[in-house]
Design a protein around this ligand. Structure first.
Ligand SMILES: [Zn+2]
Length: 231
């Protein structure tokens, strides 16, 4: 199917320019134009600058999302954060989405081969990801239902900030690992071992604690990290 043309200013464009990202850019441009006429703020004598325009736009449209601290946690690897951000926006190219785009692809999950591949299935109900979260529970001693409710982890006051951040990083790392395993399944045709996946996450968390933690650890943090193989 030919992509729908999109109007940008006086130009009519098709193809990649009519993508979701490009449409978002156009929306921002359109909203920015509401704020000024020529080089003055609309309805005032004040000079308009591009930098002030973006500040105005951000203050008007920025919404705080509860998962921001999970996605942009300092102990995440950057590639983990990126994939988690896509997951939170439901924007990974899962089979259900590819199908909706008109591509002729199979529907069954590459990891379990039982259910249709969707975001919800891959990261919640798939037997592969369930096994990964059980292993995460064995390592961190946090029940699976709490591991899956990241907002809840942020509120566990008996744990220190460092411990909560490391737990969240491990959760994000597992999400990344599940998506990576899914891609290996799709391209290579085999399913990786969940134990290996969680072990890699543990190694990466240990490296992140060593490189990102500044200052001296409290006795609680030291004991917790030692007990969980992080130092
Ligand atoms: Zn599955």
């Amino acid at each position: 199917m030919r992509p729908k043309p999109t109007t940008i200013g006086r130009f009519l464009v098709t193809g990649p320019y009519s993508s979701w990202a490009w449409r978002k850019i156009c929306e921002v441009k359109k909203r920015l134009k509401l704020g000024y006429i020529a080089d003055k703020w609309r309805g005032t004598d004040e000079d308009y600058t591009i930098s002030d325009g973006y500040k105005w736009l951000l203050s008007e449209t920025t919404q705080k999302v509860s998962w921001a601290r999970i996605v942009w946690n300092r102990y995440n690897l950057p590639k983990w954060s990126f994939i988690m951000w896509l997951i939170k926006h439901q924007m990974l190219l899962t089979l259900d989405r590819l199908k909706k785009m008109g591509l002729d692809v199979p529907t069954d999950c590459y990891l379990c081969g039982v259910e249709a591949e969707t975001h919800m299935h891959l990261f919640r109900t798939c037997t592969f990801s369930k096994r990964c979260f059980q292993l995460l529970y064995s390592w961190l001693q946090i029940p699976v239902d709490i591991l899956l409710d990241t907002d809840c982890i942020l509120k566990i006051r008996r744990l220190s900030i460092l411990v909560r951040q490391v737990i969240l990083a491990a959760i994000v790392g597992v999400h990344y690992g599940v998506w990576q395993s899914r891609n290996i399944g799709r391209v290579e045709g085999y399913v990786t071992n969940p134990t290996h996946l969680v072990r890699l996450v543990q190694v990466d968390c240990r490296r992140r604690v060593a490189s990102e933690f500044k200052g001296s650890m409290t006795n609680f943090d030291k004991t917790w990290c030692r007990d969980h193989g992080l130092i």
